[in-house]
Design a protein around this ligand. Structure first.
Ligand code: HEC
Length: 315
């Protein structure tokens, strides 16, 4: 592959263009972390972002309502007085009656919320201007709806695939061991797909929030690895890039050597154990002991089985 293009072959103007693109993507990534934080933090009632917040965002939480989730989390800052949060939460807990709504809740919403949450704002948000519209948001939180997940999935796939493609296209120009390059090119795409798949799984089963966070994190790590390495090799002296490359390929070959040695040891160990075992079996007394031991085992297994059967009757 002598005629493959590398970063050392491209002009300074191209380097500037590539670098500005990569830096914009890295900055966009930081903002997307901020977006994840502000959209999901506090959903579980605790400040800050946690796995539980992510699980609630996708799976919902039966004892939490959309309105409570919003004022505990992303909308908390819009309430002028923290005491008003308690007023609204108490109203929801008491069954969201109409009388209390008009007496206590409507004035708060009118003051702090309807500037955005009304048809007049043109923001296409749930309207908070009438009892009927607000009460819908006090039903149990069932998490993300399938139509909204489908909408975000298509936006994500179309948008992020482009980002990964162009960043990967530049990353291909790096000088690194080919096994590492092939691996690093595949990982962001795989983790993007796993991430999106995990949204739907988390909607059904909240524990999949771990998979969701793990694959999202892996995508971020591999994408930023590509960006940083590309910037490094584009601008830093070639000698440094070469030394990094040789160090990486040395460690790869060393890894192959070590794993080969471990295999050889394992196989030798197996043969050795096998021959010791055969010698041991050749002895008449040993064989008799083995038969006794076997009987003992059967007896023990029988006892355990009986104990378990008795236990099952207890439950
Ligand atoms: C500055 C504009 C603004 C104000 C003021 C505002 N919101 Fe929001 N609200 C938004 C936006 C934008 C979203 C959608 C983004 C999101 O979900 O984070 C939203 C989302 C919501 C949702 C989630 C709807 C859903 O789909 O589950 C609820 C509930 C909500 N707000 C309630 C409130 C309440 C209650 C107040 C008053 C304390 C309030 N908002 C004040 C802009 C606002």
């Amino acid at each position: 592959m002598a005629n493959c293009q590398r970063f050392s072959d491209i002009s300074i103007s191209e380097r500037i263009l590539n670098s500005l693109f990569l830096l914009s993507i890295a900055l966009g990534y930081l903002f997307s972390l901020g977006q994840v934080f502000f959209a999901h933090q506090g959903r579980d009632g605790q400040p800050g972002l946690s796995i539980a917040d992510i699980a609630i965002a996708y799976h919902g939480s039966p004892e939490q309502t959309r309105l409570a989730a919003a004022i505990n989390g992303p909308m908390a800052g819009n309430l002028k007085s923290p005491a008003d949060r308690i007023v609204i939460l108490d109203w929801i807990a008491s069954g969201a009656g109409q009388a209390v709504y008009h007496a206590q809740v409507a004035p708060i919403l009118r003051r702090d919320c309807v500037a955005c949450h009304s048809p007049a704002s043109g923001m296409n948000l749930p309207s908070l201007t009438s009892y009927e519209q607000v009460v819908i948001l006090t039903e149990a939180d069932r998490g993300a709806s399938i139509p909204s997940l489908v909408r975000v999935s298509h936006i994500h796939l179309f948008g992020i695939a482009f980002i990964l493609f162009f960043v990967g296209k530049l990353f291909v120009l790096c000088e690194i061991p080919v096994w590492l390059k092939r691996l690093t090119i595949g990982i962001p795409f795989m983790s993007m797909l796993t991430d999106i798949f995990a949204w739907y799984l988390t909607r059904e089963t909240p524990e999949f929030a771990y998979l969701l966070v793990l694959s999202g994190g892996l995508m971020g790590l591999s994408l930023n690895f590509q960006i940083i390495l590309s910037l490094y090799q584009m601008w830093l002296p070639e000698a440094w890039a070469k030394s990094l490359q040789s160090r990486l390929s040395v460690s790869a070959s060393r890894m192959a050597l070590i794993s080969g040695r471990i295999w050889a040891k394992l196989i030798r160990g197996w043969h050795c154990a096998n021959s010791v075992w055969k010698q041991w079996l050749n002895n008449e007394a040993n064989r008799r002991n083995l038969v006794e031991l076997n009987k003992l085992f059967l007896l023990l297994a029988d006892r355990i089985k009986k104990r378990l059967r008795r236990g099952r009757r207890l439950f």
